[in-house]
Design a protein around this ligand. Structure first.
Ligand SMILES: [Zn+2]
Length: 405
C-alpha cells in the first residue's frame, strides 16, 4: 500500500494556488487538475460516487456497515495560499536532530530555531520542508492526504465497523470561496470536520465574528493661501477618525479572545479620503460595540465638520460557528474522545480568523476544525512532520470508529 508521505508529495507537486483577482469559479482552473486526480484515486480505491462537480468540488462516499452510527463528513481544501507561489514545490525530507535548518544554502535561506521555537518539539522526527522559494502546501494538502489515508484504511478493512463517511475536497478556501457552491443537502452528513488546523491535537470550534467598514471623507479643497476657515482636509479628518477608535484594539496588540479593528488600506487627497477597516471579535456583542464605536466617531466628526462630511458603510461578514456547534456539542466531544483514545491531549483553541467550516455550520452542516499537522502556513518556512501526517490520519480513523461504538 502506498504511504501517506508519497501521497502528500504527489499532491504538493500540483500547483493549486487560488486567486483573489478572478471572476471564475474556482478562481484558478489549475485547481481542477488536482480535483480530477483525487476523484480518480478515490474511484480506484473503491469509494462510491467519487466525482468532481462542475465547480471543482470532489465528493465521495465510503458506505457504512454500522447502520446506527451517524454519517460523518471530512473536508479539506485543495488550494494553497495567495501569499507565495505553490508552483514547482521541491519538498525535502530530513531527519531532524535540532538546530537551524538550511532550506537553501545557495540563497542563504535558513529556518532558525530561535525564530521558530516550534522546532524544539520536532527533534527526532522526520520533517518535510521546502527549498525556501515556495510554500509547502501542507495547508491544506496534509488534510487532503490524511483524509485519503483514512479512506484507504476503511476501504481495505471492510471488517471495521463505521457509519457512512462522506468526503469533500473544496477549491478556493484561501480566497473565502470554499463554501460558495458546497452542496450541503447532497453531502447529507449529520456533521463534518474540516481537516485544516494546526499541530496534532488541535481542535477549533470558535472563530471570529467579522465585519468590515469603509469610511469616505468628503473634504473641501481650496487654495491653501486663501483657505482660512474654509478648507476641510479630508486626509486630516480621516486621521482624526482613526484616532477616535480604541488605541489598544489592534491586531498587533491583541491575542486569544481579544478582538480588534484593523486599518487595511487608506487613500486620500485634500478633497477625498477613504479608509478600509476589518473588525473582528469572537463575541458577537463586542463586535456590535466596535461597530457602534465607528458610528459614534463618524457622527461626532460630522457634527464638527458638517453633516455628510463622513460616510460610513458597515458590512457584516462571517460569524462565530460556536453558537451553532454549541447546539449539540457531541461533534466536539467525539473528536476529543477519539484523540484521548490515541493518547493525544486535545487542545481547544479559538481561531483568530475563519474557516470553511464556519460558513458551513450556518448552512446547516455543523463543522468544527481538526488538526492537519502543519506549521508556518502561507510561507516558505512551512513544514510538517511525517509523524504529524500519520497522527492526524489516525485521529480521523479513530473518530469514525468511535462514532460506531
Ligand atoms: Zn487551510
Amino acid at each position: 500500500m502506498e504511504s501517506i508521505v508519497e501521497r502528500f508529495l504527489r499532491y504538493v507537486s500540483y500547483d493549486t494556488q487560488s486567486s483573489e483577482d478572478s471572476d471564475t469559479f474556482p478562481s484558478t482552473l489549475k485547481q481542477k487538475a488536482l480535483g480530477e486526480l483525487l476523484a480518480r484515486e478515490l474511484q480506484a480505491m473503491g469509494a462510491e460516487d467519487a466525482h468532481m462537480d462542475e465547480w471543482g468540488y470532489v465528493y465521495a462516499t465510503i458506505p457504512g456497515n454500522a447502520p446506527k452510527a451517524p454519517t460523518i463528513g471530512f473536508i479539506a481544501h485543495m488550494d494553497t495560499a495567495t501569499e507565495l507561489s505553490g508552483a514547482y514545490v521541491k519538498p525535502r525530507l530530513l531527519q531532524y536532530e535540532g538546530g537551524d535548518i538550511v532550506l537553501s544554502a545557495e540563497k542563504g535561506i535558513v529556518m532558525r530555531e530561535e525564530e521558530f521555537p516550534c522546532l524544539r518539539n520536532e527533534v527526532g522526527k522526520v520533517l518535510i520542508v521546502t527549498d525556501g522559494t515556495t510554500l509547502l502546501g501542507a495547508d491544506d494538502k496534509a488534510g487532503v492526504a490524511e483524509i485519503m489515508e483514512m479512506a484507504q484504511h476503511f476501504l481495505t478493512h471492510p471488517e471495521i465497523p463505521h457509519g457512512t463517511i462522506r468526503i469533500a475536497f473544496t477549491p478556493d478556501e484561501e480566497v473565502g470561496g470554499g463554501p460558495e457552491h458546497f452542496d450541503v443537502p447532497g453531502f447529507h452528513a449529520d456533521f463534518a470536520y474540516t481537516v485544516d488546523g494546526g499541530e496534532v491535537g488541535s481542535l477549533n470550534y470558535e472563530n471570529f465574528n467579522a465585519a468590515s467598514a469603509v469610511v469616505t471623507v468628503h473634504g473641501k479643497a481650496i487654495h491653501p493661501g486663501s483657505s482660512k476657515g474654509k478648507m476641510i482636509n479630508a486626509c486630516l479628518v480621516a486621521m482624526e477618525f482613526d484616532r477616535l477608535l480604541p488605541a489598544g484594539e489592534l491586531p498587533s496588540l491583541t491575542e486569544g479572545y481579544e478582538g480588534f479593528h484593523h486599518l487595511t488600506d487608506m487613500q486620500g487627497s485634500v478633497e477625498t479620503a477613504t479608509l478600509h477597516y476589518i473588525l473582528r471579535d469572537h463575541d458577537a456583542e463586542k463586535l456590535e460595540q466596535k461597530k457602534a464605536g465607528f458610528v459614534r466617531a463618524a457622527a461626532f466628526l460630522n457634527e464638527v465638520y458638517g453633516a455628510d462630511t463622513l460616510e460610513l458603510k458597515l458590512r457584516d461578514g462571517y460569524r462565530n460557528m460556536r453558537q451553532k456547534i454549541e447546539e449539540d456539542l457531541r461533534v466536539v466531544e467525539l473528536a476529543k474522545a477519539a484523540m484521548r483514545d490515541l493518547k493525544i491531549e486535545p487542545r481547544v483553541e479559538p481561531i483568530r480568523g475563519g474557516t470553511d467550516g464556519c460558513r458551513l455550520s450556518f448552512m446547516g452542516l455543523p463543522c468544527p476544525n481538526l488538526c492537519a499537522g502543519g506549521h508556518n502556513a502561507h510561507g516558505k518556512y512551512e513544514y510538517i512532520s511525517v509523524q504529524s501526517l500519520l497522527g492526524c490520519a489516525r485521529v480521523l480513523i479513530r473518530i469514525a470508529e468511535k462514532a460506531a461504538e
